[in-house]
Design a protein. Structure first.
Length: 301
């Protein structure tokens, strides 16, 4: 799969490079996901046994090509702009993704792929933040931008939305890793924000189109914590602003520590008497943040 041409000083997704090989690998990957009980775990284990394999190594060619055509047609109907793929083993696939527990073989994306190579930090938290939590997220993002970090988040309601909007409003850069396929919007309230990130920044999905379409919304919730694992692998560090005891954000916290990434937890989380998780993760190696310099000392050389 060849890369797209340079546009100005940055690389846009460009129109999908409709080579036979790209469509073949896309179709094979989507076909693997349509197998019974397929998961990120089962697919990662399949590739772990054959480290030089591509998706097409496991799927009959005709079946893969037919699936590739279907998925491309679907994406072209749903996406007004450009989109592209990154496949493990090909140019520009981020090697740090291999640190994930079950690394993904293929990413779908829209926007400026070169943002993937910029220093980045994930800012995440609850979908229902307090007013103070929103202010803390804004202040944190502004400080990170001054140190030239790209802000990664998951485009969910709450802290994620504040992180993306603050980054954009302050003239910074942001990457959104979504829990749906390209062309889907969740939450609907972030439709305009998602389109802007896809056009001006970078929007990434690891979610297979046909499997997602075939399942009900309740089953598809499984994909959201999985994208948190990818978010953690892409970032140098994860910062939790606010999160409840059962928050999906804690999936990313566990994965960050497992991947050897820095995990920062804002001090207000420790001060909440209803929460037990901050002390638990601090004991596992997370860093308590009382002021921004606690982060800066760890990340800025």
């Amino acid at each position: 799969m060849k890369d797209t041409p340079l546009l100005s000083a940055r690389r846009n997704a460009g129109p999908f490079i409709d080579t036979i090989d790209a469509a073949l690998e896309l179709g094979a990957y989507e076909t693997l996901w349509c197998e019974q009980n397929a998961s990120f775990k089962s697919i990662a284990e399949k590739f772990a046994l054959r480290t030089d394999a591509r998706p097409s190594s496991f799927v009959p060619e005709e079946e893969a090509r037919n699936a590739g055509r279907r998925v491309l047609d679907t994406l072209r109907q749903r996406i007004a702009g450009w989109f592209n793929l990154r496949l493990h083993g090909e140019l520009d696939y981020p090697v740090r993704l291999r640190d994930a527990t079950y690394p993904v073989e293929l990413l779908y994306f829209q926007g400026w792929w070169d943002l993937i190579d910029t220093p980045s930090v994930a800012v995440v938290g609850t979908r229902q933040p307090s007013s103070d939590g929103k202010k803390r997220a804004q202040k944190l993002v502004k400080s990170l931008l001054k140190d030239d970090f790209t802000i990664i988040s998951g485009l969910a309601e709450g802290i994620d939305t504040v992180a993306h909007e603050t980054a954009i409003g302050e003239g910074g850069q942001t990457i959104a890793v979504i829990g749906t396929p390209l062309g889907h919007y969740y939450p609907k309230s972030n439709t305009t924000l998602q389109d802007r990130i896809a056009e001006e920044f970078l929007l990434i999905s690891q979610i297979p189109v046909e499997r997602y379409d075939a399942q009900n919304p309740r089953t598809n919730r499984y994909f959201f914590p999985e994208r948190n694992k990818t978010m953690s692998a892409l970032a140098q560090a994860t910062i939790i602003v606010e999160a409840g005891e059962t928050s999906g954000t804690l999936t990313q916290a566990r994965e960050a520590l497992k991947q050897g990434r820095k995990l920062f937890i804002l001090n207000n989380c420790f001060e909440n008497p209803d929460l037990t998780w901050p002390a638990k993760y601090e004991a596992l190696g997370a860093i308590r943040v009382r002021e921004y310099d606690d982060i800066r000392r760890e990340l800025v050389q």
